[in-house]
Ligand binder design. Structure first.
Ligand SMILES: Cc1ncc(COP(=O)(O)O)c(C=O)c1O
Length: 208
């Protein structure tokens, strides 16, 4: 054995700081029993901020835990950040295909579903939703937002305060830079959207 690896999972929050510290402490304890150790790998888990109210683990807290528990080992410290690097770099733009009222709930149905972003339907993690043309308009009432897959769980948001939505409007769901396109599928043959990539110099290229 030359490397010990731990991955705490997706979505470390500020309140998880004690868990992170105790995990790194246990990793260090195990590492001290491996004479030929070259590296410890602390996996991913940083940067999970899906909604305004979310409080992800601060980078400084994570670094402090590494410095306190793993740096004294004197071996390489590897990490595998995913979300932290790319989540905020992407958003999914979808069109409101239909609106309807049912049992007192206002629904908007999009031309995108959980096949294109799995967060809400698969993990119960709703994304932020903005009216793409009027992102700063204050909410006027609560909307539930459904996807275009004929499965009851295909709901992006429930009772979300949003500005008026009409058929044809574009909405932006974000952040979708992590596990968005990479986990998208052609489930129910709904098709895949085009991916547009904005280069550092502002040029927009079609990525797929
Ligand atoms: C082993 C491992 N390392 C790193 C990551 C990346 O995690 P994150 O996106 O939370 O940084 C994952 C994601 O599931 C993982 O399974």
């Amino acid at each position: 054995v030359d490397t010990l690896h731990v991955h705490l999972g997706w979505g470390l929050r500020a309140v998880d700081a004690p868990l992170v510290r105790s995990t790194f402490a246990r990793l260090a304890e195990a590492a001290r029993r491996v004479p030929a150790l070259r590296a410890v790998n602390v996996g991913g888990g940083l940067g999970a901020r899906l909604q305004e109210r979310d409080r992800p683990l601060p980078l400084e807290t994570w670094v402090e835990a590494l410095a306190d528990h793993l740096a004294p080992l004197g071996v390489e410290i590897a990490c595998e950040p995913g979300t932290f690097l790319v989540a905020d770099a992407g958003l999914l733009v979808a069109q409101v295909a239909v609106t309807w009222d049912k049992n007192g709930t206002h629904w908007a149905g999009l031309d995108a579903g959980h096949a294109l972003n799995v967060y809400a339907a698969h993990y119960g993690l709703p994304l932020e939703i903005l009216h793409a043309a009027r992102p700063l308009e204050p909410p006027s009432r609560r909307w539930s937002v459904a996807g275009n897959i004929n499965e009851s769980g295909d709901v992006f948001a429930q009772d979300r305060p949003l500005p008026p939505l009409a058929e044809g409007d574009l909405v932006a769901l974000y952040p979708t830079g992590a596990y968005g396109a990479s986990m998208a599928s052609d489930h129910c043959l709904r098709g895949q959207p085009r991916e547009l990539l904005e280069e550092m110099d502002g040029r927009v290229v079609v990525a797929s």
